[in-house]
Structures are given as C-alpha cells and as structure tokens.
Design a protein around this ligand. Sequence first.
Ligand code: MG
Length: 251
Amino acid sequence: MKFARFSYHGRTHTGVIRQGEIAVLSGSLFTHFEETGESYALSDIKFLPPTVPTKVVCIGLNYYEHIEEIGAQVPEKPIYFLKPPSSLIGHESAILYPKGAERVDYEGELAIVIKKKMKDVPEHKTMEYVLGLSCFNDVTERALVSKNPLLLTLSKGFDTFGPIGPYLVTDLDPNNLNIRTYLNGRLMQEGNTKNCVFNVQQILHHLSTWMTLLPGDIVATGTPKGIAPMKPGDVVEVEIEGIGKLRNRVE
Ligand code: MG
C-alpha cells in the first residue's frame, strides 16, 4: 500500500493513495487505522515527511562505486551518523541553501521507516520491524566536511537538508530497487539497492545492537555514485522503483 502524511487547509492527516486521490485515514499506521470516507485530490494537498521520527540514522559508504568515487575504504560494519529530525522536509518543499555555503550536494537514498521498537534483532527477523520505504535526499554541505570530518553533523544537519517522501510504501523488497537522482531533469545517479555493501537486514541488525530504534525512526541506506553540487534555482528529484519521485527545489 502507498501512504502519505499531508496537510490540507492547515490540518495534518495520514492517507492512502487510491486511483490518483488520497483517502484520509483515522488511527495510526503503526497500530490500527481505517478510512474515514473523506478523500482529496493529490494536487490540493501539501506533502509532509511521511513519519515523525525520534532520530534519522544515515548509513554512509554503502555502495561500492560511491566508495570508489570519494576514495574511501569499504567498511567492515555499517558506518552511521545522525541527522536531526528538524532537517526533514516533504515532497515539493524547498531546500534552503545556507548562507556562506560553498558546495551543497544531493545524495539520493532509499529510506526505511521502523514500525516497532527494535533492539538486538537478528537479521532474519528485521523485516518484521519495517513499516515501509520512502525516497530520501541526504543533502550535504560537502565543503565543510571536506575541510574537517568533525563537521559531519553540521554539514548534514541544516534545516531542510532531509527531504523525504512523497510516499511510504509497504510490502516491497528493499534489496532490489532501482534508484535514480535527477538534477534539473538530467539523470545524475543510477543504482540498484542490490549493489549495496550491507543489505537492509544487515544494517538493521547492526543498528539494533548499537541503539534502540523506535516506531517512525528513519534509516537512510546510503547513496550510489554520481554525487554533485546543486545551486539555488535547481530542482532535484530522487526516484525509486515502486515508491515514486521526491522533488525539491533549492532556494
Ligand atoms: Mg548519504
């Protein structure tokens, strides 16, 4: 199923996509929900991030060709960092170019949304803890982190540096999905999640031994090769097979 969180006339709702419209739900995607009978045209809603997480966990260096392009080593275990939830924006919201920034890159990524509290979960059980998948853009001020690796959180954590959406999609195999990033309509990144160093089950297993993941938490699974900078006025799109296309303008 394909879900979205959105606002309509100032009220926040969750809905399910039906024949080009969005049907409003009551209850919670994490426990129990039902349709209210109301529905809206997709063109009338404002998309919000599909979840409100306690944390956004980002995996780095997870595609072989991207590791090569930045001259890094293949990690032995997943490498992660955190982005503040305040960095999240929805589909069609603007990425704000920070004052004084020198190089702001897109990173198209597959995002996992956690369904239930997860601690010390073996690999073969991890998918029971996944609510669904979404498109993510791990926007990065590359110049800062190139100068000093300790500035990673600053470089990744600016407001609006975490576009996610438009949809949260359930019942997809996360380990064989085509992912593409477009800048002003031009194809910039093209990969498949089957070419990751660590698959989703391995990532979630390791993370759950290091921290407790909570319902709604987001795990972004790394970017394929082809990173490049954006400038104000550019439009960036992250498209994942079976999920949709996340579009944001840089302002
Ligand atoms: Mg990334």
